[in-house]
Design a protein around this ligand. Sequence first.
Ligand SMILES: [Zn+2]
Ligand SMILES: [Zn+2]
Length: 492
Amino acid sequence: MITRFGAAVPTPLARRLKEHLLRADGQEDCCFVLWRPATGASRTTAVLVEVVLPLEGERIVHGTVDFTSAYFLRSASLAAERDCGVGLIHSHPRGQGWQRLNQVDHDAEASFAAQALALTDHPLLGMTFAGGNAGHSARIWQKRDSRHYRPLHAESVRVVGEEFSVTFNSLSFPAPAVTSAQQRSLSAWGQQTQDTLARLHVGVVGTGSVGMLIVEALARTGIGRLTLFDFDSVETVNLDRLLHATSRDARAKRPKVHLAAREARRAATAPAFRVTALEASITEPNGFAAAADCDVLFSCVDRPWPRHVLNQLAYAHLIPVIDGGVSVDARGGSLRGAEWRAHVAAPGRACLECLGQYDSADVPTERDGLLEEPSYITGLAADHPLRRKENVFIFSTAAAAAELAQFITMVAAPAGISDNGAHLYHLTTGTLDRRTEGCVPGCPYDTTLLALGDTAPTVTGRHLAAERVRAGRGTFRSRFTELAHRLRQPRS
Ligand SMILES: [Zn+2]
Ligand SMILES: [Zn+2]
């Protein structure tokens, strides 16, 4: 039984729906859609796969709209064939924002919920399109007892791709009031963007030098909910590039993710701010599931395996991934150059592999633990991306700023532009390269893997390095606890 629900629509599909549902004559219209579940730790998202437009005579527009059972059966059998669920979407031509489910719509959807489940093995999805602002509302119809079906309303419906817009369920999830601490943010991008930021659930994968800066910025800006992922501990060598970290944290082997969560709580301006810290890699099943609960993910990792997992979440689960990184060229013992990049992986935009951010051939190498072996790394060419990790704080601030600029461009769409390409900045020449085209032809992410949800191939597994790091801390902690315990014992 699903208890938390959401829906996601890739931009090209949202455009087709709008073209069909927004009629010139102002009457209501409807159509069927196919969807797949994308399951997270606590939320299931219906990712829309395809629109099944009506054939001649399959629906009757007469102010309101009716459809024939032939149209429903054709859509449901198409869904069953492709291992999808079926959904009905109808329009409220003048509606604005989240649409309540009125009695007429309730009864209409309830009347074929049982048949949809029987034919497709997935609950019926119901959606309402608000013509006033082209937003979507959604619910799924789950079985309550042998004869009754009840709608579970979505928390939000997001449109993801070249544009990013979220319609939140304002009945169950109203926007919190803007606080006096957020006045300057509000005056920069207005109420609507601030209301979106306040209700987004953002994941930050990797809370090292770049991730820690991003967490700080998101918490201050008023993001309502953060989930942070990192299994590493603070070490002395991090102190010249990790915001907030002290030598005491390094001595205590404090998990970076707990440092990030503590500082996020201190910095947060959202009144009911929530942060979850996970000492996990996104490549581990529990890390992946928690990431699948997020609306947006920041990628602040530099390894191939986590980037491979994030790439899948961007296209199969429709969760946009804001990725970036730094590359420093210090061959010969002096600074020859540095580059940092930032971009968004999402349907219609280039994926992380097409951007050259990782090579899937390196994923098995990392899974086998070879990247933890110094001899393997030193055996690589000096300019191999896996060797060029000489990151420093100054470049991390630049990379973090570039990722945050991609994020706010995507969410606030200044002057209507939400995608201004993938950015690569060269320190030496002071120039910025921009890539605006999508994936290279033949890339599976924006085609065969798109909107696969749970049917996408499994990319998670045991992460031996993460297990070792956590076990190391466990030993340290239990020794510390034992020592503290002994000190408290009265001397005999
Ligand atoms: Zn209606
Ligand atoms: Zn690609």
